[in-house]
Design a protein around this ligand. Structure first.
Ligand SMILES: NC(=O)c1ccc[n+]([C@@H]2O[C@H](COP(=O)([O-])OP(=O)(O)OC[C@H]3O[C@@H](n4cnc5c(N)ncnc54)[C@H](O)[C@@H]3O)[C@@H](O)[C@H]2O)c1
Length: 287
């Protein structure tokens, strides 16, 4: 019987299925108890994590007989993938498992941000009715959606956007204009990220957090966006420079921004600034 250590929250029914065939240690608190996780690691044939357990360094060294690292989600920025592979461990993400959930979140965010009505909740709750301020809401239909990263989630988002009358354009560092996914989804490929930013009313990020994408959306990139465009980041907090976003919001250059994640805290996103018209929300799914 193989020993499986599950260090973060997992659906109980799925844990039960594993328990029927394997020796399972399931404790979602393990991620916060590094010493215990380290003690359990040498006995594990497989380790299952979400995005908080850092599978690298000493933990990786301690996983001496582990052959597989399961990732309940998609982004692999918490896992040293080359290090795992060098030790003969397969890294298995749950590709596509929450893609629809994220794509719906992006569309809902774009609607909220362009419409702007959500921002008046506090005023309405306080008994006011800021009708004039709400009359400038924008429609999604006819707007251009710029997808940065055109993998599983980017492609699914383009389908939902198309159904609402949006025009989608995309930039993907690994996909040239001839890639069949663009024609399949009726999406125009942009040769550069700046070409995308120059035309998108909604910019949505769907790329991994790696060394080359960390801080990709700094002040210069944000300045290259169309005036009044909105930014939705459902990828990873570290891709966007939050201080630069807050400054652009205060100066009115950026229409609005919504994010499922922040650099400071993955599990508890915070307001970037008390004065900036920005909106954070909890993650779309337990990715
Ligand atoms: N918020 C959430 O709950 C949630 C859930 C799932 C995934 N995610 C994040 O979304 C990201 C995308 O997920 P996916 O399933 O679409 O992944 P994917 O691997 O299918 O697609 C990612 C795409 O990004 C492209 N890319 C890489 N570097 C780029 C760059 N510098 N510029 C432009 N494109 C680049 C890749 O070529 C790839 O096509 C994940 O890496 C993860 O960080 C978030």
């Amino acid at each position: 019987m193989k020993r499986i250590v599950i260090a973060e929250f997992m659906d109980e029914a799925a844990v039960a299925r594993l328990r029927a065939r394997h020796d399972v240690l399931y404790d979602p608190r393990l991620v916060d108890d590094g010493a215990r996780l380290h003690r359990e690691a040498p006995g594990a044939d497989a380790l299952i994590v979400r995005n908080r357990t850092q599978v690298r360094g000493e933990l990786l060294d301690a996983l001496s007989r582990c052959r597989a690292v399961g990732r309940l989600g998609v982004g692999l920025d918490n896992i040293d993938v080359p290090g795992c592979e060098a030790r003969g461990m397969r890294v298995i993400p749950a590709t596509g498992a929450n893609a629809l959930s994220v794509a719906e979140y992006v569309i809902a965010s774009a609607m909220l941000l362009l419409r702007g009505a959500y921002a008046s909740t506090a005023e309405v709750a306080a008994g006011r009715w800021p009708r004039n301020a709400l009359s400038n809401g924008r429609e999604l239909s006819g707007k251009t959606l710029g997808l940065v990263g055109f993998g599983a989630i980017g492609q699914l988002t383009s389908r939902l956007a198309g159904a609402l009358g949006m025009h989608a354009v995309a930039f993907d560092a690994a996909m040239g204009a001839g890639h069949p996914a663009f024609a399949q989804h009726g999406v125009r490929c942009c040769a550069t990220l700046d070409a995308l930013l120059a035309q998108a009313d909604v910019v949505s990020l769907h790329l991994p957090l790696v060394d080359t994408t960390r801080g990709l959306f700094g002040a210069a990139r944000i300045a290259a966006m169309k005036p009044g465009a909105v930014l939705v980041n459902s990828a990873r907090g570290g891709i966007v420079d939050e201080a630069a976003v807050a400054q652009a919001l205060r100066e009115g250059r950026l229409g609005a921004r919504r994010s499922t994640c922040s650099t400071a805290s993955r599990s508890r996103p915070r307001r970037t600034s008390r004065t900036a018209p920005t909106c954070c929300s909890r993650r779309t799914s337990r990715a």
